[in-house]
Write a protein that binds this ligand. Structure first.
Ligand SMILES: [Zn+2]
Length: 102
């Protein structure tokens, strides 16, 4: 079988828009990938890695590997379409346990 040289190349890495460390949800029932961000008030908050059409949170890079989670007002969400994330508490099947483990 003839394999073209192109087929031997490793797939291109994904675009480097994941500037922040990705961690797994600690819940055994979940295991989703999430990013720990800080709210503007400095509280840690887990945010789903993948942007969501229902997302309301814009992650802003501060250059220190912990993004700031800004909640975008409804009227401004169109400007950030495709880039808004949801808080992991909204999607985690183990959210109650998650909250109380803080
Ligand atoms: Zn979870």
């Amino acid at each position: 079988m003839v394999v073209s040289p192109d087929a031997l190349r490793p797939p291109a890495p994904p675009p480097d828009d994941r500037r922040w460390p990705v961690q797994r949800c600690l819940s055994a029932q979940c295991g989703a990938q999430l990013i720990w961000a800080k709210t503007p008030k400095g509280k840690n908050t887990p945010v789903d890695v993948e942007p969501s059409p229902a997302g309301t949170i814009l992650l802003v890079d501060r250059g220190d590997r912990v993004p700031v989670a800004i909640v975008v007002k409804a009227v401004e969400r169109d400007q950030h379409a495709g880039k808004l994330h949801t808080t992991h508490w909204a999607t985690c099947p183990a959210a109650p346990a998650f909250r109380s483990s803080r």
